[in-house]
Design a binder for this molecule. Structure first.
Ligand code: GTP
Ligand code: SPV
Ligand code: MN
Length: 589
């Protein structure tokens, strides 16, 4: 045991009595203990050790074939009142959920070991940090939590001997039965129960379950925000760094933007991008009145396919050491890994993500799962921010929303003010991706990229955004929307994206500094096409004009869609957002 905290000890005892493991192991975070677990997982085949010379400290893991993504239809918010979960969440009466899952958890760890994982979300010692304890029967979970969080003794020391303010997470793989797979959140009890899955977002309980669903609820009650946002610092040639947070839905480009390498023309001048976080931001008003952000995580759980030397060299470099790969191709010739979009040289003698023989030269099926991922320590990233562990976090100049929209949304626009910015975030829509089970490529509303992650009523969440704006006043960050995914008539992306997104970020920061002009349109402020620098690109200003065009007919349809979506929230829709929608309709004529 690593603590004298009775609240922790009593709860662990209770869960041991329920799940009845043969053995209980407290995870202290030491390399020695972790190495023992790696050995054990290699013996059972749960983890495959990769080529130590080419990929030192790296492992491959394959999940069950029916268990490769988040399961939104089996994810529940179990607040006492149904109304508190709101119209966008699956609600389950907590009494019933505890009963149904309690029966499934009863004796589930017989013949297995329970690992007790204390972990900290946020730098140890930060006022913004919160502690969780996850109980699991999966070594894969322990080894991933080691990368994704600050795990072990230090987390319990941060909690102290008296505090009861920790999130109680219980997870069992059970038998991976998808009919009995449940991811349940009890926001009023600081509790998460997850059973019958072994896939990242369902089982690394510090991530989406705690740092977004539970934390968003805590943030509403305590006056801060938990958001599905990357955090990056952009350094100019004078050495000044300004920070931007950006919310894009799953698999829509957060990791890529967070680690961006500027185009050559900017690199030469001395511009740099620093990565503070790639998925989650906790935001709080600082003593100076501004909004400050920390990344509660300690690693990246990134999408593998499409990651390569051109698209995201920093992410690729990050994955060359101490990384766990999940559901990618295993190259048997040199015991390394491969995925679609890594290079044009797929291995011939390989196993696909299911572990079946696969010849990348002749196969007509994908080798890696589209949602295959890498778990890599943030400290291994060549552009990790020097502020990464700063307990104060970083001050935010701009908040950016964005999604995958083939036609409607322009490359970039700025909101008229904070409340209009909340409106812009609330009307986000994006094509679905492989990050969750279900259809891919279907446009759905995903406000602030939080549709699957908001732990309470989305109408109250909008109100919380409005209230935060009132508190921040004229110190509030400016709010923008971007879309890297507009397509031409053949369905090709028009904007080059990736590193070139820097060109858009520069306009955004210039707007924050009052240095750039804008054109007022019916949806917000847009750059003049000439203000997006296309030097060194294969496109000219007329293409940028196209990317910035606002099709009023499409937007009129959009306004109808928004009205219908807003209808779901009834009385809980803040009046401010209703007024913003009326304003948009008026401007569209
Ligand atoms: P989650 O980890 O699921 O939250 O995803 P994410 O938002 O971090 O997305 P990520 O950066 O991993 O990108 C997902 C996919 O989008 C990858 O296949 C990328 O190659 C692709 N992508 C990212 N940025 C761009 C871009 O600027 N343009 C285009 N065309 N594709 C992009
Ligand atoms: C996402 O789906 O947004 C992810 C991956 O970041 S997961 O941890 O599975 O949620
Ligand atoms: Mn994500």
């Amino acid at each position: 045991m690593l603590t004298n905290n009775k609240n922790v000890l009593n709860w662990v005892d209770e869960m041991v009595a329920l799940t009845k493991p043969d053995k209980v192991v407290w995870i202290d975070g030491s390399e020695e203990q972790l190495n023992g677990l790696r050995e054990e997982a290699m013996k059972t085949g749960e983890m495959i050790k990769l080529n130590e010379e080419k990929l030192p400290g790296c492992f491959l893991h394959r999940t069950a074939v029916n268990d490769v993504a988040r399961v939104e239809h089996r994810t529940f918010i179990c607040s006492r009142k149904e109304e508190d979960a709101g119209p966008t969440n699956n609600w389950w009466d907590p009494k019933e959920a505890y009963k149904t899952l309690g029966d499934l958890f009863d004796g589930v760890m017989k013949g297995r070991t329970m690992y007790v994982i204390p972990y900290s979300m946020g730098p140890i010692g930060s006022k913004m940090t919160k502690v969780g304890v996850e109980l699991t029967d999966s070594i894969y979970v322990v080894l991933n939590m080691d990368i994704m969080t600050r795990m072990g003794k230090a987390a319990l020391e941060h909690l102290g001997d008296e505090s009861n303010d920790f999130v109680r997470g219980l997870h069992s793989k059970a038998d991976l039965d998808e009919e009995k797979r449940y991811i349940c959140h009890f926001p009023e009890d600081n509790t998460i129960w997850s059973i019958n899955s072994g896939y990242g977002g369902n089982v690394l309980l510090g991530k989406k379950c705690f740092a977004l669903r539970i934390a968003s609820y805590q943030g509403k009650n305590e006056g801060w925000m938990a958001e599905h946002m990357l955090i990056l610092g952009l350094e100019n040639p004078q050495g000044e760094v300004k920070y931007i947070t950006a919310a894009f839905p799953s698999a829509c480009g957060k990791t890529n933007l967070a680690m961006l390498i500027p185009p050559e023309i900017y690199r030469k001048q001395g511009y740099k991008v620093w990565c503070v976080g790639d998925d989650i931001a906790w935001l709080r008003q600082g003593d100076d009145g501004r909004l400050w952000a920390i990344n509660p995580e300690n690693g990246f759980f990134g999408v593998a396919p499409g990651t390569n030397d051109k698209s995201n060299p920093n992410a690729l470099a990050t994955t060359r050491k101490n990384t766990i790969f999940t559901n990618v191709v295993h190259n048997l010739d040199d015991n390394t890994v491969w995925w679609e979009g890594l290079d044009k040289n797929p291995p011939e003698n390989a196993l696909n993500w299911k572990g079946e023989p696969w010849n990348g030269k002749t196969a007509d099926t994908k080798g890696a799962h589209p949602n295959s991922r890498f778990t890599a320590p943030a400290k291994g990233c060549p552009c990790v921010s020097p502020e990464f562990d700063n307990p104060k976090g970083v001050p935010v100049s701009a908040i950016v929303f964005g999604g995958r929209r083939a036609k409607t949304a322009p490359l970039v626009y700025q909101s008229f003010d904070w409340n209009h910015g909340v409106f812009v975030g609330s009307i986000m829509a994006s094509e679905t991706t492989a990050a969750a089970t279900g259809a891919v490529g279907v446009v759905r509303r995903d406000p602030m990229a939080m549709l699957p992650f908001c732990g309470y009523h989305m109408g109250d969440y909008f109100q919380h955004w409005i209230d935060m704006g009132k508190k921040l006043g004229d110190k509030a960050p400016k709010i923008f929307n971007v879309n890297w995914f507009r397509t031409d008539d053949e369905g090709h992306f028009i904007w080059p994206g990736f590193g070139d997104n820097m060109r858009v970020l520069l306009w955004i920061l210039d707007r924050c500094d009052g240095k750039a002009d804008a054109v007022e349109t019916s949806i917000g402020y847009e750059p003049k096409a000439a203000d997006i620098n296309v030097e060194g690109l294969d496109i000219d200003t007329s293409v940028v004009e196209g990317l910035l065009s606002v099709d009023k007919d499409l937007w009129k349809q959009e306004a109808e869609g928004i009205e219908e979506f807003y209808g779901k929230f009834g009385d809980k829709l803040p009046k401010e957002l209703h007024d913003e929608l009326e304003g948009l309709k008026k401007r569209l004529g």
